[in-house]
Design a protein around this ligand. Sequence first.
Ligand SMILES: *Cc1c(COP(=O)(O)O)cnc(C)c1O
Length: 390
Amino acid sequence: MRPSTVAVRAGCNRSQFGEHAEGLFLTSSFVFSSAAEAAARFAGEAEGFVYSRFGNPTVAIFEERLAALEGGERAIATASGMAAVLAVAMTFLRAGDRVVAGQELFGATIQLFSNVLARFGVETVFADPTDLPTFEAVLERTRPRLVFIETPTNPLTGIVDLTAVAERTRAIEALLVVDNCFATPVLQQPLKLGADLVIHSATKYLDGQGRVLGGAVVGAAALLEEVYRFLRVAGPSLSPFNAWVLLKGLETLPVRMAAHCQHAERVASFLAAHPRVVQVRYPGLPSHPHHARAHQQMRGFGGIIAFEVAGGRTAAWQVIDSVRLFSITANLGDAKSTITHPATTTHGRLSPEVRAAMGVGEGLIRLSIGLEDPDDLCDDLAAALACLAR
Ligand SMILES: *Cc1c(COP(=O)(O)O)cnc(C)c1O
């Protein structure tokens, strides 16, 4: 079936009473008909649910639907996106292992690898995966167990050639993990391009309306069985209620992503033509350094735009404080458009030198384009940018 159908229908064969909307099973545990059945289910010899930390019907529908959308054999839902990153790390890494990670990642992912996992003897080397020769050299030199990347990158929307990185990763027998949060399976399916695992912050586009936290790991059944064993004992599990909300989100994901892309293209073109804007980073613009790669790899260019104004932090903050429609929040992937200053929020804990090397300047602003009329968003930005002239 095609993606729009999968988004609405996958997993629905679990209906019990002919309910049309997916059933919400708010129960911590399940009852067995006999001691023998309890024993068989605990041993994994009989099908059926036991305890919602490691299995719940509503969560299972969400897992099936997301796995189908990503083209993976199985998905395991987690309490948040960070719980998904942690689950992958705790499942596949041990003391003495090395990780090579993209340098432009979600802030908490950088903190998790460089501060938390470092205490358990896992060393992480950060490198730029959009620069293939350099990234390949780092892989050769460090021989990591796991490679972790995001594409488009955060906040500059750099595009990583997933097929090429997957090839290099396979050559050194490491696992390639892709955080597919910005693109979603509607715009790109990393597993089909050679990634071993996809992780999601379902909190963003998969929900799409800023209501709940959630996450997931998706991939081949053999790898996911190991993730499941970690989740079963460690417990960063998704709540059935959140799974139910996320199922409603998935139903509209394809239509929402089409609108996010269309609106963002309109706003990016507006910004690119504005005299007060020094630079716009949106993969859909021909001026974007990885435009051709994005065109080849993605079915749309996404809803995230980064742009730079002259005048550094003062000017950037002035624009942020002058918009009326955009919400000032670091969240993204919402129906409501958001605006943020990466250098002092999401990427504020990095040293100024690291930020400068990445290209995250003090004048950089990141937008997540929502579902409002794009002309209203352009009007709002025009008024805010006009404040700079004075
Ligand atoms: C938000 C986000 C995360 C973390 O997800 P939570 O649900 O907030 O834990 C991970 N990766 C990316 C790219 C994100 O935007």
